[in-house]
Design a protein around this ligand. Structure first.
Ligand SMILES: CCCCCCCCCCCCC[C@@H](O)CC(=O)SCCNC(=O)CCNC(=O)[C@H](O)C(C)(C)COP(=O)(O)OP(=O)(O)OC[C@H]1O[C@@H](n2cnc3c(N)ncnc32)[C@H](O)[C@@H]1OP(=O)(O)O
Length: 366
């Protein structure tokens, strides 16, 4: 990929993306942040505000929309200091790319954001003469657009969750140091764990109302699978509580959540210590598989108990005339890790590339 700051061009895979002339002639675009505004332009395109032209004369891969059927990655470091914007699925326009130069670009609306009212919105363009001031203004715009109440709530939520998981970590360490065994450890933390893990349901709401830019589905799968582990396995089946696998996923979750929520907190305050960012976006590479192993081994250990006791199962005949076998449900739950876990893991790998390597990753829906 080639960035041509002077001519406001981004060339990806040999295809050159050119800004509509209105934007190129904008003094801010042409003099100050040409490439930065190309990012805006690019994403505005995703919400159908502009056309972006792909110069078909330049050795483009297959013409038409399919020329961008792969991922298009743009290193965000090239766009100045403003953080990259990744559009949510719903914002990716149906056919934003054109492969031949069009007629005049559509007029630029004053505010071009069609996102949820609290969301970060790339709607305004800075016009200050000073580079730093321009970036500052844009950062402030993003902050303002999320809304002070939403930011205050997220900060409170993340601090509370960091504190909760720290309490869990300290309780577990103290228990182990005092008793020298993991037996009984789960019971000592069960209430706190249930409270803080269940509170994570709020995060699905954050995504749904658009105050954080994460998919509801990804967050929903992650949070619900954890809640299921806590309420319907570890807390319901006492016999599994002393399994080593329970301790494995508890330790893994605790380390993950302390680094995750503290990262979010510092991120909201715009002061992230590097080691926290590093921990958030590297530890999961080891912790995620370990967590999955812990969870699966625990469910596996629960299977014979569930079969013996027929817990949470409904046998026919009954007044509802339905049958449900929790044993088979657990087997299906275990199998569902096969398609679902890779999705979460690769989502995190993409987040990692975005945050640590400054790549904006846009996946074409088609
Ligand atoms: C009911 C029957 C169930 C049957 C079972 C089904 C099985 C399914 C398989 C599931 C396997 C799960 C295994 C798992 O439980 C094991 C483990 O967790 S092991 C530990 C390792 N795990 C992890 O590291 C994942 C931890 N979880 C997460 O990271 C999130 O939940 C996840 C949704 C996976 C990813 O988070 P997100 O998409 O939000 O990524 P980022 O953290 O990079 O954030 C993106 C941007 O959003 C901002 N953000 C997000 N949340 C907040 C917040 N609370 N406050 C403020 N800001 C937030 C974040 O800052 C990013 O913003 P920006 O782009 O501006 O930087």
């Amino acid at each position: 990929m080639v960035l041509d700051a002077q001519n406001s061009k981004i060339s990806i895979n040999g295809c050159i993306l050119i800004a509509p002339s209105e934007l190129v002639s904008d003094p801010v675009v042409s003099k100050r942040h040409p490439i930065h505004h190309m990012t805006w332009l690019y994403f505005l395109t995703q919400i159908n505000t502009f056309d972006v032209f792909v110069d078909a004369s330049v050795n483009c891969r297959p013409t038409g929309h399919s020329s961008f059927s792969d991922k298009v990655r743009v290193p965000a470091g090239a766009f100045g200091h403003a953080p990259p914007i990744v559009p949510r699925d719903s914002e990716r326009g149906a056919a934003p790319w054109v492969t031949t130069p069009c007629a005049a670009p559509r007029p630029v609306p004053a505010v071009s954001c069609d996102r949820a009212p609290f969301s970060t919105c790339p709607g305004t363009m800075a016009s200050s003469e000073d580079d730093g001031a321009v970036d500052e203004k844009e950062t402030n715009n993003r902050r303002r657009n999320r809304g002070a109440i939403a930011t205050a709530w997220l900060t409170f939520y993340n601090i509370a969750m960091t504190a909760g998981w720290l309490v869990l970590a300290i309780t577990m360490m103290r228990f182990y140091l005092q008793k020298g065994t993991h037996r009984g450890l789960y019971r000592s933390i069960a209430k706190t764990l249930k409270f803080f893990q269940t509170a994570a349901l709020v995060e699905v709401g954050h995504c749904a109302i658009g105050i954080v830019r994460t998919s509801v589905i990804v967050t929903g799968v992650q949070v619900c699978s954890r809640i299921f582990m806590v309420w319907f396995i570890a807390s319901s089946i006492r016999q599994v509580q002393s399994e080593e696998s329970v301790i494995l996923f508890l330790v893994v979750w605790t380390v993950t959540e302390i680094s995750r929520y503290s990262y979010y907190t510092f991120n909201l305050l715009h002061q992230v210590p590097y080691f926290i960012k590093w921990a958030r976006y590297n530890l999961f590479i080891v912790l995620y598989p370990l967590g999955v192993v812990g969870e699966l081994l625990t469910i596996y250990a629960a299977l014979p108990i569930v079969r013996r006791t027929a817990m949470y199962s409904l046998r026919l005949p009954n007044k509802y005339n339905v049958s449900f076998d929790y044993y088979y449900f657990l087997i299906i739950a275990m199998l569902s890790y096969i398609p679902l876990f890779p999705q979460l893991f690769f989502h995190m790998l993409r987040q990692r590339r975005k945050v640590l390597h400054g790549e904006v990753i846009v996946e074409k829906d088609d």
